[in-house]
Design a protein. Structure first.
Length: 323
């Protein structure tokens, strides 16, 4: 990490790696159009496929089911999963939160989140559980679609419905938040496709990270949404003179560089040996104490502490450069 050689941000073309939240009332086409996106895998936290056939899905009956599926999507099999699927659909956010709540309660053997931790509540544990699973899913490069219901806040403004602890990481990570509105029926009493709003108004919340995107789609379909995103990036390229990259290139550009735990430990041993030769073991221990606690040893660290080990190594290297 060197502030004098910073990375330069880039924009990725296409839908790969994009995160979309769709919300609105019932029967607006949220589920149907989502499942028409490219190579979908549908995860129903509520029953949404009763009238839709031919969609690959994983039956989610509890949070444990989701964690198992998410592990396959984001773990060692992620590249294999990306060959099969491009769009991962979470339907819907409020039910998603309820499943997570039950899991944390069962994990700590309490009936309610607020009853855990001797009455202080398990809110941090709950937030961490949600954040870690969402972060895993978003790190792979799928197009991830979160579906939510709508509700009005105390001021009458329409927003996605759900627990704020779940909505925060969902909305904050969404490149686009789409609000859908009904157009009723036509003269033949056939349902007219919904319209999509991609910018906030006084009446409802919506947004897009893309400055050049169409803020209103008269007819909401999978094709129109995909086209709007692609065209937004193309317009940005033309207006700002940039060149969009692939998602993999963007991911590599945003990475700080992954280091294996064993490699870090080997390097710490080498640096430690040099400090020992200089009879500076007391200074070495001061660095370790600062990060791990009095009297602790780096050799006792586990792979879960890789970030701490990395910082310790950086501080030890600074020691070597000092007179």
């Amino acid at each position: 990490m060197d502030i004098f050689s910073p990375q330069i941000s880039v924009v990725a073309k296409g839908l790969e790696g994009k995160v979309v939240t769709l919300y609105g009332g019932n029967n607006l086409g949220k589920t149907k159009q989502s499942t028409r996106m490219k190579k979908p895998l549908y995860m129903p936290f509520e029953k949404g496929l009763n009238a839709i056939a031919g969609v690959p899905f994983m039956p989610i009956n509890n949070w444990g089911d989701f964690k198992k599926v998410n592990k396959q999507l984001s773990g060692k099999k992620s590249e294999q999963a990306k060959e099969m699927y491009q769009t991962i659909i979470i339907d819907e956010v409020d039910a998603f939160a309820k499943y997570a709540t039950r899991y944390v309660c069962d994990q700590y053997d309490v009936e309610r989140i607020k009853d855990g931790n001797d009455g202080f509540g398990l809110w941090k544990e709950y937030e961490t559980e949600i954040f870690e699973e969402i972060n895993k899913l978003l790190s792979v490069g799928f197009t991830v679609i979160f579906i939510a219901h709508a509700e009005a806040d105390k001021n009458g403004k329409v927003r996605p419905k759900g627990d704020k602890r779940v909505l925060a990481p969902v909305i904050d990570n969404s490149d686009i938040v789409v609000y859908l509105t009904s157009n009723g029926i036509d003269e033949d009493r056939q349902v007219i496709k919904s319209s999509a709003w991609l910018a906030e108004t006084e009446e409802f919340f919506a947004r897009s990270r893309f400055d050049y995107i169409d803020t209103y789609l008269e007819e909401f379909t999978a094709e129109n949404l995909e086209r709007a995103i692609i065209e937004a990036v193309e317009r940005q390229e033309e207006a700002e003179g940039i060149t969009a990259v692939t998602f993999d290139q963007q991911k590599e550009n945003n990475s700080s560089g992954e280091v294996e735990f064993d490699d870090l430990m080997d390097e710490i041993k080498k640096v430690g040996s040099k400090l020992a030769e200089e009879e500076r073991l007391d200074e070495l221990q001061e660095v370790v104490d600062k990060h791990l606690g009095k009297g602790k040893k780096v050799t006792e660290c586990t792979k879960k502490q890789i970030d701490v080990v990395s910082v310790i190594l950086d501080d030890l290297k600074d020691l070597l450069e000092e007179e």
